[in-house]
Design a protein around this ligand. Structure first.
Ligand code: FAD
Length: 410
């Protein structure tokens, strides 16, 4: 069996950041990738998607953006290409088209079964993504036969969706963007809205993520007590549209999207929606207002920010939002579950899973020689963003290298 000191599973931004950090510490390693470098960005996103983080926040580790449009938003294909270039420049030891089928403990280390043979190693870094599996509620199985069900991974373009009505479930970045694209293509779209966040693309002369970066909103570290709650927070409802267009429920209603409450049950082919739509919207407006308060306080303290503070109009909620709709091939014939994602760790045969099903870890350290990177709130809010990969990789590579040195000295 092949022996290698460390194996990194996955060549996305986190796997590449980890490889670079390990190389700088002279740790022998390989990166195993089931497809091509940046595969998730090539095959698991829809065609029109551009990154929601501006270019200055979207560079591979060690290769800061130096193009002509730092405030623009890259397409997914361009981002995958930037990862490929970074890997080439770093001479990263990547084995593409090499899927890891299983990971088991073996002696004092680990054994990986891959599509190209088995590997024994002392350390493993699980970097196969936070969003490998789209989540669906348990009652999705009760959707009548004949209704097309898609996830944001299956959905590529409006032509994938049948003529007629579409129910998009979930009002975070994926659901909002897909609902907008379908409405713009002339589809009748109903959007089921549960717990969500609201953000303007720009505020007082700068991108909202620039402000969030400045006030440290992305860097607050996770206290243990908060970790589970934070990891389930909705994702940032932003889009990388060229005109910096806002992606919120008011903008969607302006183009004809009907909003209803959280999709909470199915009964005999009828979808039932929560009556708490107004509460969910008020809560998102309140959280936004608190964030803008923090930004204004920071702007006042450091003398930044164009113009005076202002607030967005409240989210408009219909007087009597619909509480149900019939799912029928000749009516609402497609349901798109944009209800979040979870990592795919089914191949990890180790006793490291907590009661809620996720890998237990402390800031990415999951056991002796076992690490995980790229997950939501791994160390902070930035951890599952491109801009968090380098920082987390540095910390984990320090830990991994020190661990190897200790074992060698023992
Ligand atoms: C729709 C969407 C849009 C997003 N937009 C942004 C954005 O604009 N800005 C931002 O900062 N973040 C964005 N994110 C978040 C970010 O991409 C994720 O958090 C990402 O999972 C973190 O990077 P990663 O390298 O860990 O994962 P990934 O980029 O998913 O890389 C994981 C790699 O592992 C490989 N892999 C998976 N399983 C195996 C296996 N068994 N064996 C070998 N290889 C395997 C995959 O092919 C993939 O290449 C977005 C996420 C989604 C879902």
């Amino acid at each position: 069996m092949e022996q290698i000191t460390a194996v990194v599973v996955g060549a996305g931004q986190c796997g590449l950041a980890m490889s670079r950090a390990l190389a700088r510490r002279s740790v022998e390693h390989v990166v195993l990738e089931r497809g091509r470098i940046g595969e998730s960005w090539r095959s698991e996103r829809w065609d029109s998607l551009h990154l929601l983080t501006p270019n200055w926040m979207s560079a591979p580790a060690g290769h800061p953006y130096d193009g002509p449009d730092p405030d623009g938003f890259m397409s997914c294909a361009d981002f995958a290409t930037s990862l490929e270039r970074a890997a080439l420049a770093d001479r990263a030891p990547i084995r593409q088209e090499t899927r890891v089928h299983s990971l088991d403990a073996d002696g004092g280390g680990y054994r990986l079964v891959t599509g190209r043979g088995d590997i024994a190693c002392s350390s493993v870094v699980i970097a196969n993504g936070a969003c490998g599996l789209p989540r669906r509620p348990g009652f999705a199985g009760a959707v009548p036969a004949g209704i097309l069900q898609l996830t944001p991974q299956d959905y590529k373009r409006p032509a994938d969706v049948r003529e007629g009505g579409v129910l998009v479930v979930g009002a975070s970045a994926s659901g909002l963007q897909i609902a907008r694209e379908l409405a713009a293509a002339g589809r009748r779209v109903t959007l089921a809205v549960g717990n969500h966040l609201r953000l303007p693309r720009r505020y007082r002369g700068a991108d909202i993520l620039w402000w969030m970066d400045r006030i440290g909103a992305l860097d607050a570290t996770v206290a243990d007590a908060d970790a589970i709650r934070l990891r389930r927070l909705p994702s940032l409802p932003l889009a990388g549209y060229p005109a910096n267009t806002d992606l919120d429920l008011n903008a969607l209603q302006d183009i004809g999207v009907e909003i209803v409450g959280r999709f909470s049950a199915i009964d005999g082919g009828t979808a039932w929606f929560s009556g708490a739509l107004a509460n969910a919207c008020a809560s998102a407006d309140l959280k936004l207002s608190r964030l803008l308060d923090r930004i204004d306080a920071y702007a006042a303290a450091v003398g930044q920010g164009a113009g005076r503070p202002y607030r967005l109009p409240a989210t408009r909620v219909p007087d009597a939002p619909r509480l149900s709709c019939r799912l029928r091939p000749d009516g609402v014939g497609t349901v798109i579950w944009a209800t979040g994602y979870e990592p795919d760790h089914a191949w990890v045969n180790l006793p490291v899973f907590g009661a809620k099903g996720g890998i237990r870890h402390a800031g990415g350290v999951a056991g002796n020689g076992l690490y995980v990177i790229g997950l939501r709130y791994l160390r902070n809010a930035r951890s599952s963003h491109i801009s968090g990969a380098r920082l987390d990789a540095e910390v984990l590579a320090d830990h991994l290298a020190a661990d190897l040195a200790r074992s060698a000295a023992a």
